[in-house]
Design a protein around this ligand. Structure first.
Ligand SMILES: NC(=O)c1ccc[n+]([C@@H]2O[C@H](COP(=O)([O-])OP(=O)(O)OC[C@H]3O[C@@H](n4cnc5c(N)ncnc54)[C@H](OP(=O)(O)O)[C@@H]3O)[C@@H](O)[C@H]2O)c1
Length: 227
């Protein structure tokens, strides 16, 4: 077992386990010795089979499946997202997080909830570097992702406003992600202007490791590629 400083095996619940980032989160978490509980609409799409992996079939609207997924979790990661462009169901993510939140608050072992957002989403106080503030709405409009950006922005505000005394949160804001390498994933409070992409594999590893980094608790770090 390589589950860092623990003698008992810790559990990570993952939402978005079949997605581009989530499948790497699942792999990395298992490799690190965690138990993983993953919600999936299509369990066959979860990329691995492992004795430490429990797959729960369900959708974000299925309260019983959400409850079963987070049951006993030490950490919860949401790296889910709706379809890109016009097919995105406006408000789906904030509706999901509102549904999930009371379940998180009720989980006695939960230490950290990590939500993967986007680089153009402001911090809860609305702040965002000027370049991103100018580029974000334009990029979102051109890609048909305005509802997705709005949704992610609302989620960040909701998480900060409903912060629990019982567990910490991290909202990661990754730069562009791709399958091909652009450099090691790094966290920063200030976007470094790098146009290099992070790999999904890299981001998956970063995401799991971030759970044990108290300097990230209660923050919304950008995740960029090292230059
Ligand atoms: N891709 C990028 O370049 C990029 C860059 C920065 C930030 N982000 C953000 O990171 C997040 C994840 O991105 P990604 O590209 O890794 O995601 P993705 O490949 O689009 O995967 C989305 C995941 O969410 C799941 N999902 C969606 N709706 C669901 C529902 N109603 N119930 C249950 N599961 C549902 C999908 O399940 P199914 O397999 O069943 O569809 C899938 O596992 C998004 O919010 C995105 O905005 C992405």
């Amino acid at each position: 077992m390589t589950n860092d400083d623990t003698t008992t095996q810790e559990t990570i619940a993952v939402f978005g386990s079949t997605g581009s980032t989530g499948r790497h989160v699942v792999r990395h978490a298992l490799a690190k010795g965690y138990k993983v509980r993953a919600l999936a609409r299509s369990p066959g799409k979860v990329p691995v089979e492992d004795g430490n992996l429990t797959v729960i079939k369900g959708d974000f609207k299925d309260l019983a499946a959400l409850k079963e997924t987070v049951q006993g979790a030490d950490y919860v990661i949401c790296c889910a997202g709706g379809a890109s462009g016009k097919a995105y169901e406006a408000g789906m993510m904030i509706a999901f997080i509102r549904r999930l939140w009371p379940l998180l608050v009720a989980e006695p072992a939960l230490k950290v909830f990590l939500f993967q957002s986007v680089i153009f989403a402001p911090k809860p106080d609305g702040s965002l570097p000027l370049l991103l503030k100018l580029l974000g709405p334009v990029a979102a409009f051109l890609n048909g992702n305005t509802p997705m950006l709005k949704d992610n922005t609302e989620v960040t505000k909701f998480i900060a406003a409903n912060k629990s005394d019982r567990f910490d949160y991290i909202v990661t804001r990754p730069d562009a992600i791709a399958e091909k390498d652009g450099g090691r994933a790094l966290t920063t409070d200030q976007h470094n202007g790098s146009l290099a992409t992070i790999t999904f594999a890299n981001l998956g590893g970063f995401t799991v490791d971030a759970l044990k980094d108290p300097s990230l608790y209660g923050t919304c770090p950008f995740v960029v590629a090292a230059k």
